[in-house]
Design a protein around this ligand. Sequence first.
Ligand code: FMN
Length: 332
Amino acid sequence: MNSVLIGDIKIENPICLAPMAGFSALPFRVICEEMGAAYCPTELVSARSIRYNGIGKSYRYMRIDPEKEKIPVIQLFGSEPEDFEAAVQKILSDPRFEGLKMIDINMGCPVPKVVKTGSGCALMKDPVKASKIVEATVRALETAGAKMPVTCKTRTGFDDRDMGGPDFVRALAESGASMICIHGRTRPQMYAGYADYDAVAKMTEAIRPCGIPVFANGDIKDGKSALKAIERTGADGLMVGRAARGNPWVFAKIKAELEGLEYEEPAETERKQILLRELTERCIYCDEDAAVREFRSVMPFYIKGGQGAAGLKRALCSASTVAEVKEILGFD
Ligand SMILES: Cc1cc2nc3c(=O)[nH]c(=O)nc-3n(C[C@H](O)[C@H](O)[C@H](O)COP(=O)(O)O)c2cc1C
């Protein structure tokens, strides 16, 4: 794919990891970059919580490592422009975030707990508020002398009666968003059915006069689906979510297949090695017990489709130490 500019950041091969709560831990993001992802934002973090409680407990979800990530990006969610402004100030005054390159704003999360607070996809119902959030975030960055792009990730509509998508994204672009990623589903669809690339295409068209890149998202899992998404939406870049779970190789596969090259799937041993690497690296950042527990919902994705997967999955899901995981995988 052609490179794109987000603000003044050049994105080569613009195929990124879509943020995923529970999956987008730093070790996984680094592995995805090594496999060819252009960049990998953190999962969503509450701007309001950062404003009122400080970085504190949110840090485990927003850890970045500019030495290992080319383009570290933090995703924030919230409903009030003032929360974003305050959160950005706190982030920028914390040395742990030196090297941060972009802020992404979540305007697509369909989870009722988030939507109820006016955040995530609920912002699609309130384009004025959503625009003010973008403006406040851009302003807070500029005031702090940290001119970095602000991007947004949204859906095709709040629901199928309210498909104000094109006007919504146009407003975001006019308010200073430097890239908009569109997941081709409405809020009630959650992740069901197929992504509606025609709806994404209409939104892409609406943003075109503003001159910022658009990324398409939804159901991309290989070269063929990537090509379909590019052709049908006219987007400049792609984000890959579920297909990357336990499968960071998907980025190498998409790149190879788009270039017309044969791609060889990783061997089972390699899958297990990378599983173990992600787990071991997760243990650097939190205690082993918590890391293994959290990783229980990730491990089945790494072994999916392999030999004896059902039995392995059962065993892995009751493991509580790295040593146990190693033994179950047959690495001892
Ligand atoms: C487990 C899970 C967690 C997710 N968490 C986030 C999140 O934190 N922020 C966000 O913008 N989207 C989140 N999403 C949505 C994905 O980024 C993406 O938009 C969606 O999965 C559609 O893309 P896909 O078809 O490639 O999976 C999440 C999706 C899943 C499945």
